[in-house]
Design a protein around this ligand. Structure first.
Ligand code: GLU
Length: 429
């Protein structure tokens, strides 16, 4: 057994034992020697505070009832309510939610948002469910979680395969149960319900703000950088569009059906129009078609991983042909992949910093809802840029000062915020 396997296999942590939770714990162990944390506090932070599992019965359109396993994991409430997305995906498990909740804690504390991390999800194939079925699933899942979510307890948001409509159903279900409208129960809602301007674009736009800052630090000229983006959803699609709008060259993009590549650069307006008309990138004309794994190995300057976890691994990391790897998704690089990229001097912009634009504008949304006072789009964009630049600069400085990776530095910065608060509060009673 490796150290990490031993650590997770420790009887106390068996329930959460999945490859992704091991990755989150291994990253924590890599950061801890550089953080200002005593062992009692570190031990507390290795466990999510609360893990809820429910079985959600849903009447299918044909009439029979199907039951879906569903989860909500809250990692740390030291700094405030817990915060994090809800995903609908066939791979959702308790361990996956726990890993993602842990990352949400470091993401929020690194950005100095008064939140801890959470994540939830329903194990289902969202593409096999009709809109009416998704609505029933969402409403029943929300009812099952009534006792553990709340504007001061735990605030859900969109994640994989959930969107503004999903958040509207959650907001309505919660509000109907308490008897009045509670917009601040979720973020990522439609603007008509108290959602924030710029929340929809925030994660993808934030990814590009972080890339621009990194290019400045590296002395690279941003326009003209050759980029490949894995994922064409809310993160990858928007990031690709932002990259192109700032004159970077987007050579390749992919979705669930595979990737497309053109050495001359893609016309993203035409690609978006194709996807809107046909559903996927499949059969898009006059480009080279590649698989998702081939896409990752295309020669480029900047590779943006904005699809799934576990994409760059010990197996393919030796063949990654980029200078900068950018984690738009959560956990797209395994521990082995990360080590190989480091050995090859390929810089990685870590997820907890790079994709934090989403939760940062979620925080702005929650603050606006609580104050019943709404900001302009320009105000939100400017505040987001300021928050991300501040976090980036702290991470960069810490990485230089301690001679550690940007991921270690991002985690150390996040862990120190939580540990400082936990030390001051103490262990109850
Ligand atoms: N699901 C997103 C993330 O992983 C957003 C979370 C939020 O806005 O609360 O960061």
């Amino acid at each position: 057994m490796t150290d990490v396997e031993e650590l997770v296999a420790d009887e106390g942590r068996l329930e959460w034992d999945t490859p992704l939770f091991r990755t989150a714990l291994a990253q924590f162990e890599q950061a801890i020697p550089y953080a200002d944390v005593n062992e009692s506090i570190a031990e507390r932070l290795r466990y999510p505070e609360r893990s809820v599992m429910v079985a959600v019965p849903v009447r299918r359109d044909e009439g029979h009832v199907e039951v879906f396993p569903a989860y909500r994991v809250q990692h740390s409430s030291v700094l405030g309510p817990t915060k994090g997305g809800i995903r609908y995906d066939p791979h959702v498990s308790l361990g996956e939610c726990a890993a993602l909740a842990v990352w949400m804690t470091w993401k929020c504390s690194l950005l100095r948002l008064p939140y801890g991390g959470a994540k939830g999800g329903v194990r289902c194939d969202p593409r096999a469910l009709s809109p009416a079925e998704l609505q029933r699933l969402t409403r029943r899942y929300t009812s099952e979680l009534m006792g553990v979510i709340g504007p001061q307890e735990d605030i859900p948001a969109p994640d994989m395969a959930t969107n503004e409509q999903t958040m509207a159903w959650i907001m309505d279900t919660y509000s109907m149960q308490v008897g009045y409208a509670v917009p601040e129960i979720v973020t990522g809602k439609p603007v008509a319900l108290g959602g924030s301007l710029f929340r929809h674009e925030a994660t993808g736009a934030g990814v590009v703000m972080v890339i621009e800052r990194a290019c400045q630090r590296l002395g690279w000229n941003f326009p003209g950088q050759r980029c490949v983006v894995q994922g064409f959803g809310n993160v990858g699609g928007i990031a690709a569009q932002e990259l192109a709008s700032k004159d970077a060259a987007v050579l390749g993009v992919s979705d669930i059906s595979g990737g497309i590549y053109s050495e001359a650069g893609l016309d993203l307006g035409a690609v978006r129009a194709w996807v809107a008309a046909h559903g996927t990138l499949e059969d898009y004309p006059d480009v080279q078609h590649v698989t998702n794994s081939e896409l990752l190995e295309l020669p480029c300057d900047i590779l943006v991983l904005a699809a799934l976890e576990g994409q760059v691994t010990g197996e393919n990391a030796p063949r990654i042909d980029a200078q900068l790897v950018v984690e738009g998704a959560n956990g797209p690089t395994t521990i082995e992949g990360d080590a190989i990229l480091a050995e090859r001097s390929i810089l990685v912009l870590p997820d907890v910093l790079t994709n934090a634009g989403g939760v940062t504008v979620s925080y702005f949304e929650w603050v606006q809802d609580l104050g019943r006072l709404f900001w302009t789009r320009d105000e939100i964009r400017a505040r987001l840029a300021e928050k991300l630049a501040d976090a980036f600069d702290r991470v960069w400085a810490l990485s230089e000062e301690k001679g550690i990776s940007l991921r270690q530095a991002a985690l150390v910065a996040g862990i120190n915020e939580v540990a400082g608060a936990l030390k001051a509060r103490g262990i109850y009673p």
